[in-house]
Design a binder for this molecule. Structure first.
Ligand SMILES: Cc1cc2nc3c(=O)[nH]c(=O)nc-3n(C[C@H](O)[C@H](O)[C@H](O)COP(=O)(O)O)c2cc1C
Length: 146
């Protein structure tokens, strides 16, 4: 699989409504093409991560680069994505306030809930990596709070 992360500068004025419409549109198209990832917008700049089958990602990034609503500034590509990083997000719109709510417990819970559906496989290594990260994070927090 292929993964791309890029930064772009908005040319059009994006409002919360037009941003939401863009994310909804993207999510529907991406679901059809089995593409997952997220879209973050802050101070006129986009940060987007997309992952999926190579052909689908190549087609999408071409469309995105040709989209006159923004100018793509920096693109980083990985052809070495063994497993989806955001299996449940077809195009999650992230804002500052949503980021505050996305703590690691929520991510772990989201992952484990999705994996409890029939025919889905859970990657145990993933789960334990998240638990370990959480533990490290909590330790640091309790030290700094005395
Ligand atoms: C910041 C930004 C992010 C976008 N992300 C996606 C996306 O994830 N998926 C998608 O299908 N289109 C996305 N689009 C829209 C595409 O650029 C393009 O309009 C869409 O693929 C339809 O192209 P088509 O009409 O030529 O098929 C995005 C556009 C912008 C400006």
């Amino acid at each position: 699989m292929k993964g791309i992360v890029y930064v772009s500068k908005a040319i059009e004025d994006f409002t919360p409504v037009t941003l939401h419409q863009l994310a909804e549109f993207a999510s529907n198209c991406n679901e059809e093409h089995e593409i997952t990832g997220y879209l973050y917008f802050e101070k006129k700049y986009f940060l987007q991560y997309i992952e999926g089958e190579k052909g689908a990602i190549n087609r999408l990034i071409n469309n995105i680069k040709n989209d006159a609503r923004h100018e793509v500034l920096n693109v980083q590509i990985s052809t070495d994505i063994k497993e989806r990083k955001f299996p449940t997000w077809h195009m999650q719109q992230l804002t500052k306030s949503s980021l505050i709510q996305i703590n690691m417990e929520n991510v772990l819970m989201d992952y484990m809930r999705n994996c409890s559906k029939p025919n889905s496989n859970i990657n145990e290594e993933h789960v334990w990596r998240m638990v370990d990260k959480l533990s490290g994070f909590r330790k640091k927090l309790s030290y700094s709070m005395g």
